[in-house]
Design a protein. Structure first.
Length: 82
């Protein structure tokens, strides 16, 4: 699989396609979105993209600076942020 930029990984998650970034720290199979091995996004059977907020002020708590950046990018496209 061709490696793409972080924003493209997020866009492909939203579009239902697989992608990974250059370091494999942000990946998607088109249904789930992972920051490292942590699932930060999922797709409801209805197609709604649900993002788990793993930032300092988020519902799921801070994990790492990189994961917070990944969540921040995905917030722009997610249908629902938990």
């Amino acid at each position: 699989m061709k490696k793409v930029r972080n924003r493209q990984v997020v866009d492909r998650w939203y579009g239902g396609a697989a992608a990974t970034n250059h370091t494999s720290s942000l990946t998607t199979d088109g249904t789930k979105l992972w920051s490292y091995n942590l699932c930060i996004g999922d797709t409801h059977p209805s197609g709604v993209k649900v993002l788990r907020d793993y930032t300092a002020n988020g519902n799921h708590g801070f994990k790492s600076q990189t994961t917070s950046c990944h969540v921040g990018l995905a917030k722009a496209v997610a249908d629902l942020v938990d």
